[in-house]
Write a protein that binds this ligand. Structure first.
Ligand code: CP
Ligand code: NVA
Length: 314
């Protein structure tokens, strides 16, 4: 198999080819099995992960840190106030310094260009732990979750209800890479970036996925296999929250939405959730809901990503 991931970055979904993404998903499944059966996997013994956060986090921080512990390595948490990225010193210098200590860097940033700049200068693999443009680690975990529930990705139809944001972008790329159809159902004015849609549609030609944007929720979800949502106002958009609350009325996953779908429909949410806004509580607790499997799979998926980028072993 043509998979050479050692030393590579994972800043965007399209950093992986379809074959590489499949190899990482296979490794994530294996690592999950090993962990469940209590077998140690010290694949990153003596390795260090540096984690830069410009924004808050529960899942990303804890899953990366726990993952590194389980792999026999060590993780260092750098809070927004610790290094003051771009204020106390330049992103370039931070990358060049951290690259001398750490074996891999994960960064959660505002502007996507920041994680790209870290990747250009670090000399060690850089992983995007969320930027305003993409949330690729989340989507690898989501794809693992969908495979667990439905046994495949190719040919399934996922509908993302809500804001055409970072999570929506990465899902569109994820669909394009795997042959899973992705529809983003969003209010007018909150579409994913046109350039992302265009690029995903082009990439999807080789995998057969249909990637599209619509404005009607009920029409979009009819018969679909997976429904996914995320907060209406992302981190950094707090000032727009009230305006968005008005614009997004009706763009919610609730029980009637799930009932309009395939009977084995899977409900996903990357969390944190604002219950009563983009998802109502009853829908989040249906047997169809896999939102806590998704959160768990961040651990397994990111262990696979780190092992692949640091050691090349997939
Ligand atoms: N889904 C996710 O990335 O969660 P955190 O913001 O808590 O890391
Ligand atoms: N779109 C959300 C995802 C949170 C995990 C945000 O960027 O805040």
């Amino acid at each position: 198999m043509n998979v050479h991931l050692q030393g590579r970055n994972f800043v965007a979904m399209k950093d992986f080819t379809p074959v590489e993404l499949q190899a990482v998903l296979d490794l994530a499944r294996q690592l999950k099995q090993e962990q469940k059966s209590g077998r140690a996997t010290p694949l990153l013994a003596n390795k260090t992960l540096a984690m830069i956060f410009q924004k808050p986090s529960l899942r990303t921080r804890v899953s990366f840190e726990t993952g590194m512990t389980q792999l026999g390595g060590h993780a260092i948490y750098l809070a927004p106030s610790d290094i003051k990225l771009g204020e106390r010193e330049t992103t370039e210098d931070i990358a060049m310094v951290l690259g001398r200590y750490a074996d891999v860097i994960m960064a959660r940033v505002f502007g996507h260009h920041i994680v790209e700049e870290l990747a250009r200068h670090a000399g060690v693999p850089v992983i995007n732990g969320l930027s305003d443009h993409e949330h690729p680690c989340q989507i690898v975990a989501d794809l693992q979750t969908i495979i667990e529930r439905r046994g495949q990705l190719k040919g399934l139809h996922l509908v993302f209800v809500g804001d055409g944001n970072n999570v929506a972008h990465s899902l569109m790329y994820g669909g394009a890479l795997t042959g899973m159809h992705v529809t983003v159902a969003c209010p007018p004015g909150y579409e994913p970036q046109a350039s992302v849609l265009e690029e995903c549609q082009m990439m999807a030609r080789t995998t057969g996925a249909k990637i599209q944007v619509r404005h009607e929720v009920m029409e979009a979800v009819r018969g679909a296999d997976v429904v996914y949502t995320d907060v209406w106002a992302s981190m950094g958009q707090e000032a727009e929250a009230e305006k968005r609350r008005r614009a997004f009325v009706g763009y919610q996953i609730n029980v009637p939405v799930v009932q309009a779908m395939n009977t084995q429909a899977v409900v996903l949410h990357c969390l944190p959730a604002h219950y009563g806004e983009e998802i109502d509580y009853p829908a989040s607790r249906l047997p169809n809901s896999a939102i806590f499997d998704q959160a768990e799979n961040r651990l397994h998926a990111q262990k696979a990503i780190m092992v692949a980028l640091v050691t090349g072993k997939v």
